[in-house]
Write a protein that binds this ligand. Structure first.
Ligand code: 5GP
Length: 365
């Protein structure tokens, strides 16, 4: 585990509200319990329950969202989640989150994302690069932007560097209009490091055609797209999603032969979340995980956490599981981690920086 912790890693599939520390969730629940707003013991039981089916996971997310959807909490959890990834040598994180409205807290989708950005600015344990360099230069006269950029530069040589980019998620419960609103917001927020769109949420809900117009528009405007694909058996939808040719997909648990063929010929990289798939019973056992077939076929795969809080895991732990379950040696593990750089949605300058980080690390292996 120590070795998996020590190598640089790239996280491409992490949901903000799924990555919250248990201790923070319990503290938030206790706070609302003390105010008589929720029944703490009931919520505590839900948070601490270990094994959950996929549908139970979505019930848990509804509870989590009650605890977290106010500006200060969104800011706090963003800061903590990024610091937690940084503490295990994750050098690039693509954090995804669903912009939410909460009228009782005066929250709009836009102010939700602003609270996320506030959390990124609050990170102090590492040097954080989340604003594209071209924008830092352009916005040098903007006091909010330039303050964080200058701060960053002054500490550049002394602190560990972590790059963060954001993906805005469309929840499958949303309408076409709501999905479009999220895409418009992503476009507006590009200069704050928003690079793409994710489609997630309960796979038993909603229809592909509902999100398609927004996803097409996102692509036309140059945003990257990643889709949760094949989390439940739904052959038609898997075909439709692969035909869309997203830049990446996540999970791919319920693929049939024809889907594998299509995926492999498309060369779409797959974000794989081992613990999540096992815990939600989306694959029967780790030995039967499709990692093995994709890896042996040299198809591009990236190990990710999905929801490190909800599934009590970390990216280092996912690497450890891959090493022990699939017999990969250190060289293979390092290559797996390094190759993820090629599938990030950030620009070439970031890619180049990350390649250098991995080259340096390779010398110290
Ligand atoms: P948030 O977007 O609120 O920051 O993160 C939690 C949300 O991410 C959940 O409500 C759900 O929409 C989505 N999510 C988290 N984990 C999964 C997963 O394994 N599958 C799918 N389809 N969606 C997920």
């Amino acid at each position: 585990m120590e070795w998996c912790m020590s190598i640089p890693k790239v996280e491409l599939h992490a949901h903000l509200n799924g990555s919250i520390r248990d201790s923070t969730l319990l503290e938030l629940a206790k706070g609302l319990g003390d105010k008589g707003l929720i029944d703490f013991s009931l919520v505590e039981h839900v948070i601490l329950k270990n094994d959950r089916s996929l549908s139970e996971v979505f019930k848990l997310f509804d509870v989590i969202h009650i605890l977290t959807t106010d500006h200060a909490t969104v800011t706090r959890i963003t800061k903590e989640v990024v610091e937690d990834f940084a503490s295990e040598n994750v050098v690039y994180v693509e954090l995804r989150t669903t912009p939410k409205k909460n009228e009782s807290k005066g929250m709009s989708k836009r102010s939700y994302i602003e609270a996320v950005l506030e959390g990124l600015r609050a990170v102090s344990s590492v040097h954080l690069g989340f604003i594209p360099l071209s924008e830092e230069i352009k916005n040098h006269s903007n006091p909010i932007l330039s303050a964080s950029a200058t701060d960053d530069r002054s500490n550049e040589n002394t602190r560990k560097k972590v790059f963060v980019r954001l993906l805005l998620s469309i929840d499958r419960r949303e309408t076409t209009e709501a999905a479009m609103e999220t895409v418009m917001l992503a476009l507006e927020m590009r200069h704050f490091g928003v690079v793409g769109i994710d489609l997630s949420g309960n796979p038993a809900v909603g229809e592909w055609v509902t999100y398609l117009p927004a996803l097409k528009f996102a692509r036309e405007q140059g945003l990257y797209v990643t889709l949760h694909c094949g989390e439940v058996p739904n052959s038609r939808e898997i075909h439709d999603m692969l035909d869309f040719l997203p830049e990446r997909i996540g999970h791919a648990c319920f693929f049939e032969e024809e889907h594998w063929r299509k995926l492999k010929s498309s060369k779409i990289p797959v974000e794989l979340c081992l613990t999540s798939n096992i815990r939600t019973l989306s694959v029967p056992s780790i030995d039967a995980h499709h990692f093995v077939d994709l890896y042996n076929a040299k198809h591009h795969v990236v190990l990710c956490t999905d929801d490190s809080g909800v599934f009590s895991t970390s990216l280092s732990n996912e690497y450890k599981i891959a090493a022990s379950s699939f017999g990969l040696g250190r060289k293979e593990m390092f290559e797996l981690s390094k190759n993820a750089v090629e599938f990030i949605f950030a620009d070439n300058m970031v890619k180049e920086d990350l390649r250098n980080i991995f080259s340096l690390a390779a010398k110290n292996l």
